[in-house]
Ligand binder design. Structure first.
Ligand SMILES: [Fe+2]
Ligand SMILES: [Fe+2]
Length: 290
């Protein structure tokens, strides 16, 4: 089923961006799968919608745009919710996923966190897997897809050609703005990523909500999990300090759980709930401000 075309929201559903990541960064442990014709057809249609998605993302994610979104959302005056209410809220995201094939957002979160738990990682790492995409509720506050998902990248300095579809940055006003289009732009060499504004989306938003509650490695995973041009391509090491370099080892450790745990088997949400209730209560306050 194809939804009516909405020029601001070209993806049929948010998972299309993540499915596309899988074709860019296939699971190294999986042998190349034989694809049937239907799959190929779906893939080629997806290439076009994902391309259009990146065209508008790269055109509109400017330094000033990020400042305006920070101003709007970092007041946290939209909604007060527990993690559980946020999870339920995220699941009201009505998009064009096929409920028979696609997993809903909670299932993606649980598959990620359960794979982390199965590998015996610390409990805050498991919790991070469980909450890492909750920032996608931005969509439910009326934000367009291109300001919620997609690879993230620094704004305020030159866009790297290592960013996917970087040719689309030519349409971005910052591309020709001499304050922003040099290698360092408004930043200084190795200033540290904490000084650097990233393109606006679900990663930065959730980081800002969680920053007082979780250990640094968890916060780096949340904040930079979509920063593929760094954690996969090392395009912005010149902006990072020593702490960033050290912490990015955790971001890299997290990435395969995010990308490669989407099994068609649905996790038994009811059976897992008691463990996760305890985990959430251990680290997070009862209500959080979104
Ligand atoms: Fe994400
Ligand atoms: Fe994710």
């Amino acid at each position: 089923m194809k939804k009516a075309f909405d020029s601001n929201n070209p993806l049929n559903n948010l998972n299309e961006w993540e499915d596309d990541l899988l074709s860019r960064y296939p699971d190294p442990s999986e042998k190349k799968k034989e694809k049937d014709e239907f799959r190929n057809y779906v893939d080629s249609e997806r290439v076009e919608t994902v391309k259009e998605f990146y065209r508008i993302n790269h055109t509109y994610q400017t330094y000033d745009f990020v400042c305006s979104k920070e101003e709007e959302f970092l007041k946290f005056n939209k909604k007060k919710m527990s993690i559980w209410e946020a999870v339920d809220f995220l699941n009201t995201l009505v998009d064009d996923s096929d409920p028979d094939i696609d997993l809903d957002q909670t299932q993606h979160l649980l598959q990620t966190s359960e794979a982390i738990r199965a590998d015996g990682h610390p409990d805050w790492f498991v919790l991070t897997g469980f909450i890492h995409d909750l920032g996608k509720i931005l969509c439910l506050f009326g934000e367009p897809q291109w300001a919620v998902v997609g690879d993230t990248f620094p704004v305020g300095c030159a866009y790297s050609d290592k960013i996917v579809y970087s040719e689309f940055f030519k349409e971005n006003p910052d591309y020709t703005d001499e304050r922003f289009n040099t290698k360092l732009g408004v930043y200084s060499e190795n200033c540290g990523l904490d000084q650097v504004k990233m393109s606006w989306g679900h990663d930065e938003y959730l980081y800002q909500i969680m920053k007082n509650y979780l250990p640094d490695p968890a916060l780096y995973m949340i904040r930079y999990h979509s920063f593929y041009s760094q954690h996969k391509e090392n395009a912005y090491t010149h902006l990072m300090n020593e702490k960033d370099i050290e912490m990015f080892e955790w971001v890299k450790k997290f990435n395969p759980y995010d990308l490669y745990t989407k099994a068609p088997v649905r996790p038994d949400v009811q059976a897992l709930l008691p463990y996760y209730k305890g985990l959430v209560a251990k680290y997070l306050p009862e209500k959080l401000k979104f």
